[in-house]
Design a protein around this ligand. Structure first.
Ligand code: NAD
Length: 352
């Protein structure tokens, strides 16, 4: 397959590209406008494969998107490009509406026009895979059953509202125009090449450097944590097997409170690189909570596991150990990013 993949220099898109290059023969056109969250190194050896190309383009640019469809002639789209950080969406929602809503509309419409021009066989085989989040379902109380594919939407942050809008557009293009789209909604990811502003890399790096480990509120908020390489495997299975009109809710069955996450990182780091000054959990600091902070997200992945013949391979302990070791071994990547002093977020606060 030729796959047009958006957002491939970000955290999850790059994991998908690495997985595609290592385990399939597919060709990839990575469409990424290289925001603050992008790094070219994240795709590792993909450029040497001869099956990978990066185009710096913004998905809101309709002419450019049409041109890319006409020249690359993809069999499938994997749409990951997005503004993805909840705190940034609170501080500046405009770019979230532009990229996540207008950008998704622009890409869908370019895909629709290209798809109409295909012959019957290629039209039937074409897939538009939209990658979304479980945050569109709102927040769970402690004893609520986990989200499934049929949970009603109830987004609460500018980020989740913009992703919910994009999910609705993707489904509308299927129902109205017949474009063969499907959606995957996934829980929180963590792992290697994760941009240092998100909870797990931020805590890991601060713990390595021996600085404060800030935790929102009392740290009781719960997320279901999926190792990014397991997610990449699920997404590649989805683009190969996904049924138009379907939704796949992807999760790891590894719910943890934020405070548990921080304690686990400290324990693993103390084991891998002991600090003579004492255990790292001495650095934990509780800070004012995020406005409208959703209490709990968790997915029941039963349908996706059956339909995609997939299951997360890493439990949280195994995934965190690989992640912490990777941040110890790859200081040069995150030190450069930290030194850039990227702006616009609430740095210093632990977020998901
Ligand atoms: P990320 O912020 O790490 O990467 C996003 C990428 O998209 C970057 O490379 C950026 O340059 C690119 N991009 C942003 N705006 C663009 C635009 N207008 N045009 C072209 N490229 C643009 O995000 P991520 O964590 O890798 O998330 C990828 C997708 O997965 C997003 O759609 C996100 O909503 C979804 N998702 C993320 C998580 C998670 O835990 N990170 C969980 C579920 C779903």
């Amino acid at each position: 397959m030729r796959i047009l993949l958006t957002g491939g220099c970000g955290f999850i898109g790059s994991a998908v590209i690495r997985h595609l290059i290592r385990t399939t023969g597919h060709e990839i056109l990575n469409v990424d406008c290289m925001t603050y969250a992008a790094s070219e190194e994240t795709v590792e050896d993909a450029p040497c494969s001869g099956r990978y190309r990066l185009t710096r383009a913004n998905i809101v640019n309709a002419d450019e998107m049409s041109r890319l469809f006409e020249t690359f002639r993809p069999h499938a789209v994997m749409h990951l490009a997005a503004e993805s950080h909840v705190d940034r969406s609170i501080d500046g929602p405009g770019v979230f509406i532009q990229t996540n809503v207008v950008g998704t509309y622009t890409l869908l419409d370019a895909a629709r026009r290209y798809w109409f021009s295909l012959d019957t066989i290629d039209r039937a085989a074409f897939r538009f895979h939209h990658i979304s989040t479980d945050e569109v379902f709102g927040a769970l109380a402690p004893h609520d059953p986990p989200f499934t594919e049929t949970t009603p939407y109830d987004p609460r942050s500018p980020y989740s509202a913009s992703k919910a809008s994009s999910d609705h557009l993707v489904r509308a293009w299927h129902h109205t125009y017949g474009l063969p789209t499907f959606v995957t909604n996934t829980t929180n990811n963590y792992g290697i090449w994760h941009f240092p502003e998100k909870l797990i890399p931020l805590i890991t790096i601060n713990a390595i450097e021996g600085t404060d480990l800030p935790v929102y509120g009392d740290g009781a908020n719960v997320r279901d944590w999926l190792f990014v390489e397991d997610h990449a495997e699920a997404l590649v299975k989805a683009v190969e097997k996904g049924v138009p009109g379907e939704t796949y809710a992807i999760g790891a069955r590894q719910p943890r409170s934020n405070l548990d996450v921080v304690h686990t990182i400290c324990r693993v780091l103390d084991d891998l690189a002991p600090d003579p000054r004492g255990p790292r959990d001495r650095l934990i600091r509780f800070v004012a909570d995020r406005p409208g902070h959703d209490f709990r997200y968790e997915i029941d992945p039963s349908h996706a596991e059956r339909a995609l013949d997939w299951k997360a391979r890493h439990d949280f302990e195994t995934g965190i150990r690989r992640t912490v070791q990777w941040y110890l071994d790859n200081r040069s990547w995150w030190e450069v990013i930290r030194a850039r002093r990227y702006t616009g977020n609430r740095m210093g606060t632990a977020v998901e």
